[in-house]
Design a binder for this molecule. Structure first.
Ligand code: NAD
Length: 354
């Protein structure tokens, strides 16, 4: 039985494969642009320089100032620099932080962005982004933020340390898991999500055993793209809400917070999401989805407890209050007691019951 659904495919051109960054200049030509401003974080300036070199005379300059929480001042600064240098498009090199800045620029200027992702966060496939202005964070949802072209070159992820590669991949898996039971779940996205989880389940252990394993990197980046599509389909649920609340309120690292919360959010929702859990089991070759995710986290040596990220135990009540304050879609009713118990398990790093 197939329930009625609505499916929207987002229109990004994707170029995938080891070494594909070499096609960057041709992709700039393809979108009809002449000069690109290259965007990165300060930590990835050398990657931005690599991109500028590939662009040759199509490079207008480098803006290596992307920072977390995407302040609007940085967006304005980058746009001003682009105007001064005569750039008519942007190239982002990096993870969600660099891509977030690219999204802000695309939103305000409507100039095209080409993204070269270097983590597994999947932000380049979504039309949602948080921006900070005068200390206030606002989330925007707008199709104009989508990059015109995404070049996935797994060689660009070789430098991402295993300690971040693992959690970053788990962040991607979380997008796919929630897409399987989101309010607007549909069979197309479910198929993509399952394949994304399978590819990351294959790639992440290889990378964490040997960071220079290009095959593992290729599987993981392919999986992260698919999980990004699942994220881009919209409509996440409890897991993303909890990560937003806990990560934002206690300033916890993004990917690691997703890693720790995921098996607990899954265990909470499992009784109401049997078909979704069956897909996760099939993707990971297991018979209990939350436990299979715990096993994967253990295999890749990622953190299992919120206390290890520095969250204070006396913050658990506040986090539970905030998580139930405003209603949102979740396949199982969200109760204050249920969330408090879930957070307690996640704080201590207990495995959800089998
Ligand atoms: P990130 O972009 O913040 O990168 C973390 C650090 O690793 C940075 O210093 C970065 O320069 C560095 N780095 C990235 N790739 C590297 C590589 N290959 N080699 C060496 N260093 C590298 O991390 P992220 O997890 O990709 O993104 C997290 C941010 O993105 C969060 O702020 C999150 O809210 C946002 N995000 C947004 C969405 C969305 O759809 N809007 C989705 C996922 C994440």
């Amino acid at each position: 039985m197939i329930d009625p659904f609505t499916y929207i495919g987002l229109p990004a051109r994707v170029v995938f494969g080891p070494g594909k960054r070499a096609e960057l200049a041709a992709e700039v030509d393809r979108i009809g642009a002449r000069k690109a401003l290259v965007i990165s974080t300060p930590e990835q300036r050398s990657d931005a320089e690599m991109a500028a070199e590939l662009l040759g005379d199509r490079a207008a300059g480098i803006h290596a100032k992307a920072i977390m929480h995407t302040p609007m001042e940085t967006v304005h600064e980058a746009r001003q620099m682009a105007a001064e240098l005569g750039a008519d498009c942007y190239v982002t090199v990096g993870g969600g932080t660099a891509i977030g800045l690219g999204k802000g620029i695309a939103l305000e200027s409507e100039k095209p962005v080409i993204a070269l992702p270097t983590t597994y966060a999947g932000s380049e496939m979504s039309t949602i982004q948080g921006f900070t202005e005068d200390g206030v964070k606002t989330t925007r949802l707008d199709d104009r933020m989508l990059p015109k072209t995404v070049i996935y070159d797994p060689e660009l992820t070789l430098s991402l340390p295993p300690s971040y590669s693992g959690p970053s991949g788990m962040n991607a898996i979380a997008h796919a898991v929630e897409a399987l039971y989101a309010e607007h779940a549909n069979p197309i996205i479910s198929m993509i999500a399952e394949e994304g989880i399978r590819a990351l389940g294959e790639g992440l252990p290889k990378i964490c055993a040997r960071p220079d394993d290009l095959e593992g990197r290729t599987y993981a980046l392919y999986g992260s793209w698919l999980c990004g599509i699942a994220l881009g389909a919209g409509g996440m649920a409890l897991h993303h809400k909890l990560c937003h609340v806990v990560g934002g309120s206690f300033n916890l690292p993004h990917a690691q917070t997703h890693t720790i919360i995921l098996p607990h959010a899954m265990a909470y929702n499992a009784s109401a999401t049997e078909a979704a859990m069956a897909r996760v089991c099939r993707a990971l070759g297991a018979d209990n989805a939350p436990n299979a995710v715990c096993d994967l986290i253990e295999t890749i040596g990622a953190p299992m407890a919120l206390k290890d990220l520095g969250m204070p135990e006396d913050g658990l009540d506040r986090a539970a209050d905030m998580a139930v304050k405003n209603p949102y879609y979740n396949p199982r009713a969200v109760t204050r007691d249920g969330i408090r118990a879930l957070l307690d398990d996640a704080w201590h790093g207990r495995r959800p019951p089998a």
